[in-house]
Design a protein around this ligand. Structure first.
Ligand SMILES: *[C@@H]1O[C@H](CO)[C@@H](O)[C@H](O)[C@H]1NC(C)=O
Ligand SMILES: *[C@@H]1O[C@H](CO)[C@@H](O)[C@H](O)[C@H]1NC(C)=O
Ligand SMILES: *[C@@H]1O[C@H](CO)[C@@H](O)[C@H](O)[C@H]1NC(C)=O
Ligand SMILES: *[C@@H]1O[C@H](CO)[C@@H](O)[C@H](O)[C@H]1NC(C)=O
Ligand SMILES: *[C@@H]1O[C@H](CO)[C@@H](O)[C@H](O)[C@H]1NC(C)=O
Ligand SMILES: *[C@@H]1O[C@H](CO)[C@@H](O)[C@H](O)[C@H]1NC(C)=O
Ligand SMILES: *[C@@H]1O[C@H](CO)[C@@H](O)[C@H](O)[C@H]1NC(C)=O
Ligand SMILES: [Cu+2]
Length: 571
């Protein structure tokens, strides 16, 4: 790996196969030009300008093998600052390529460019990439598919066909305007107008259906669907009429296979499922709709569809009208039991890898909140003249404005961040019970938590009932982690660890904190850098539901952050 990452610079501009000296594995370098540009697209019978990559929506699918290097030159021909994040890629010692604006880099200004260079090291499966600036990821996203190294195969029978299946969320407005309005008013932003599958809402929206996404299958074959939830603010239930799904991988980590009729997938998560076309040849809806865990909170209650279409099926009835596909049964929008039952089935294939001795025992609350206004005002249109906010351990995360955290760290620039993020909540309370209204307003800050290189970390993420109980899909940059336990109510440090799965827990990069419950994760802090941890509902990250880790360098160059790449944008 080291030889590789040092040498690829020599070959810039050439697209060639690079062979390791050892001669065993062949790693390829993939060069891509990504031009961020506005494009007029029509959905729900309206045409509007959206931000795209190379005019494509969804953006280009990147297909690589484990061990390959990507060199992606991003040119910003749009009107907004932007940065791109390679969601789930570990970026070992290379936080410079991670992407969240003001965290690991300054954004790419309109007219500017930045080349992301990174190598996939020991990861395979489905990941994705997306904008990590404000709400631009509403339309700037695409799949990142990592195949096993050449000569290696999946730990399940090879499917005859594979499809990326990206779930998205669509507004009949520029999403940046929707965000802007909510930032002015302090109220919750408008919910979306549609969900999409590979960019198309499907034909339940009372609009032209000719663009519905079709997944063609031969009767009898087994296909792989690489499901990605790229929705901005909504966890989703997903099902295929009359077809069972076998889950084999999630967040680029293989799982013990299990069969299910419904998938629950949070923004940021991916789930690979095998589907066997074992039904009478026909047309079957693939559908997704909201899993909305917060009682009384508005959400987009529509349903997006695509069609699983048997090639041998008749498309028209005898009189020429199209055959209406069968709709799958989807759970009710507040069906937390079904969501939890699905998630509980995950088992990893990571026997013997889970850290058992813990050096850093962290306990983080994840909360919404409200800021009181002294008097009614246009800027306080949250409930009872408030503004919405959110926090972890009662700190609402504030992005720096004048520098990125990583650049400030590297240049020793003071005043950009502090390293006093609390390891436990500053005040203990009944997290999931009735919380005194006086405690609903967090403090603000750009606080990081420092981790020693190589330390074994456990984090219990505790959901709270501040302002509302709601599932938060929590994403950690730069790492994959073991999900060792979860439960209802308040975490009990005496009783609950006894039930942890330390044998074959699932490995993920994004995990839900069940509404009114907790989830425990573990990882080894072997990747130095600044790594954001945040709720992947963009509405919540905007309110401050985030923190960041500063993982210190280990001993020697091989355990330290690489030097910054050329052309890193400055603020
Ligand atoms: C949000 O929804 C309200 C009510 O439907 C509407 O008046 C407003 O224009 C919408 N704002 C945006 C930015 O779409
Ligand atoms: C969705 O919400 C709207 C407005 O609240 C309501 O009129 C409609 O019946 C709901 N639709 C479904 C499918 O629940
Ligand atoms: C879900 O919502 C329905 C209708 O609003 C309600 O009757 C039901 O009790 C709710 N279920 C749960 C588990 O909250
Ligand atoms: C708003 O105020 C009303 C009346 O005082 C109260 O019943 C309600 O719970 C308050 N809502 C919130 C979110 O504070
Ligand atoms: C959560 O807090 C609300 C008040 O904001 C309260 O009505 C509700 O009972 C609480 N839920 C639980 C499980 O205690
Ligand atoms: C905000 O206002 C509510 C009453 O609406 C009050 O109960 C609460 O203590 C106030 N919070 C703060 C932090 O002042
Ligand atoms: C959060 O901090 C604020 C400001 O110090 C305080 O008023 C509030 O009670 C704290 N809330 C919690 C949940 O600790
Ligand atoms: Cu959240």
């Amino acid at each position: 790996m080291e030889i590789h990452s040092k040498k690829y610079g020599l070959f810039l501009g050439l697209s060639l196969i690079f062979t390791f000296a050892a001669g065993f594995a062949i790693a390829e370098i993939h060069h891509h030009e990504f031009v961020i540009e506005p494009k007029a697209v029509s959905r729900l019978c309206r045409t509007q300008q959206i931000m795209t990559v190379n005019g494509q929506f969804p953006g280009p699918t990147l297909e690589v093998h484990n061990g390959d290097t990507l060199v992606i030159n991003v040119k910003n021909a749009g009107k907004y600052d932007i940065s791109l994040h390679w969601h789930g890629v570990r970026q070992l010692r290379n936080p410079w390529a991670d992407g969240p604006e003001y965290v690991t880099q300054c954004p790419i200004k309109p007219g500017g460019s930045y080349t992301y260079r990174f190598t996939i090291e020991n990861q395979e499966g489905t990941l994705w990439w997306h904008a990590h600036s404000k709400w631009l990821r509403a339309t700037v996203y695409g799949a990142l598919i990592i195949y096993p190294k050449l000569g290696y195969s999946y730990p399940f029978p090879k499917p005859t066909r594979e499809f990326p299946l990206i779930l998205g969320e669509w507004w009949n407005r520029d999403p940046m305007q929707v965000l802007r309005q909510s930032m002015i008013t302090g109220a919750a932003p408008n919910v979306s107008d549609a969900y999409t599958i590979n960019g198309q809402p499907g034909d339940l929206y009372g609009c032209s259906n000719k663009d519905t996404t079709i997944f063609p299958v031969e009767a009898g074959e087994t296909i792989l669907l690489r499901i990605i939830n790229a929705a901005l603010n909504q966890e989703l239930f997903f099902a295929i009429a009359n077809h069972q799904m076998t889950v084999v991988e999630a967040d680029a980590a293989y799982t013990k296979p299990f069969t299910t009729n419904v998938v629950m997938i949070g923004p940021g998560q991916t789930t690979n499922v095998l589907v066997t076309a074992n039904q009478p040849p026909g047309r079957y809806y693939i559908a997704a709709t909201a899993y909305a865990s917060a009682p009384g909170v508005a959400f987009d209650n529509t349903t997006t569809t695509a069609v699983l279409e048997y090639k041998s099926a008749a498309c028209k009835t005898k009189n020429g009208s199209p055959i209406k596909p069968i709709l799958p049964q989807l759970p009710f929008w507040n069906d937390t039991n079904t969501a939890n039952a699905f998630t509980a089935q995950f088992r990893g294939i990571s026997e013997g890898k889970v850290p058992l001795e813990i050096h850093e025992n962290l306990f983080f609350t994840v909360s919404l909140g409200l800021i009181n206004c002294s008097r009614p005002s246009f800027r306080c249109q949250g409930p009872n003249n408030t503004r919405f906010t959110a926090s972890m351990n009662n700190v609402s995360f504030v992005l720096p404005r004048r520098n990125s955290i990583l650049q400030a760290l590297y240049q020793n620039t003071p005043g950009v961040f502090t390293t006093d993020f609390p390891p436990v909540p500053p005040v203990q309370f009944d997290y999931t019970g009735q919380v005194s209204r006086a405690m609903w307003t967090p403090s603000r800050g750009t606080k990081l938590y420092k981790l020693k290189f190589g330390s074994h970390v456990q984090i219990v993420l505790q959901n709270t009932n501040i302002s509302s109980i709601e599932d938060h899909p929590m994403h950690l940059h730069g790492y994959q982690f073991f999900v060792v336990g979860s439960g209802k109510g308040n975490f009990n440090p005496q009783r609950d660890p006894a039930n942890f799965n330390l044998v074959d827990p699932p490995v993920r990069n994004t995990v839900g904190t069940t509404p009114g419950g907790w989830v425990a994760i573990r990882f080894v802090a072997d990747n130095p850098g600044v790594w954001l941890m945040h709720c992947h509902l963009d509405v919540h990250i905007g309110w401050g539901l985030a923190m960041a880790f500063l993982v210190e360098n280990g001993f020697g160059e091989l355990n330290s952050i690489q030097v910054p790449p050329p052309g890193l944008p400055q603020c």
